[in-house]
Design a binder for this molecule. Sequence first.
Ligand SMILES: [Fe+2]
Length: 374
Amino acid sequence: MWFFRSPSIIYGEESVTYLNDIPQRRIVIVTDGNIVKAGLVDIVRKELPEDSDVLVIDTVPVEPTISYVLSIKNKISGFSPDLIVGLGGGSCMDSAKAAFATYERPDMDMHDITPLVHLDLRKKSRLILIPTTSGTGSECSWASVISDDDHGRKNEFASPEIIADFAILDPAMVSSLPESVRKSTAIDALTHAIEARSSTWKNPYSDIFADKAVELIASNLFEALDNSKNTEAVANVHIGASMAGLAFSNSQITLAHSLGHSLGAHFNIPHGISVGIFLPHVIRFNYSEAKKEYAEINRKFPSSIRKRYLYLTVESFLEVLKMPVTISDLKISKKEYDEKMESMVSLALESTGTVLNPRDAGRPELEKLLKEIE
Ligand SMILES: [Fe+2]
């Protein structure tokens, strides 16, 4: 027996106006200082019912930790909201999910947020997520990535009960982002779709969302980057990214994420860049085991971009976007990279993406892939 899990999705221009008619009146917005500065909190507040009381928590750090979530849990409990809104990129939405769970169940240890424990949430509030990047897919997923306080290790707390009640995909929330962020987050989304389509947990529902995600992102990204006023192109990339989120959330990712997480953790590289750099190498490595899936995805790229094989298509897509392709592009020295090789391999070995990759990969294979970007 399998499940396909998703929030209710409200999308398209002015979809944030959905907030006009919500029944809740005590509302906490979990966000960060940059989102406030960009005026996006004001946009959301303006749409909330006039008679609502709103508490804005705008302190989400780039890498939220367990102690951060517990600190905002206390503030949230003091306010007693009936709605929590996560507004921002992955860190803000993941913090909102974790804060929602701990507010609902103050007696619970965060490590109890697993698919195996019935949490019995939604006794006090509901959760709405509004992404301000087109990439992480966190608005659609049942995971919340929160670091340990001591050694920065990233925990992926996951439960179907922390899936948002509603995800709002409004293109106005992403059109003012810097180009570098729009590029790297879109590559993250593209990687989610391609990996969801080829993981060993792939299924008919995730396949459909992955295929459409690639089509929407590949056909609209260049126009969305060149002309952020083209709302249709921006909205299509935004919807594509959330579809990629639905795809991988329901089927998982593969080696590009295992290696990318490891590279990112060792050298502090933005997530989309660190997974994208491995994507063509991983596709080439997996080709014998996922030939059919990769050929089908390749056909979703516009003919103007498409090459004979998916890894060549992805390579040229990254080249047009001027994305980093080697460690020297990332300003990492070969000496330091080699020194951290063993540790990077060890971390990548522990990842779900390695377990669910269509081709078996052990220590030698992961090391070889890591060396391909030297
Ligand atoms: Fe990702």
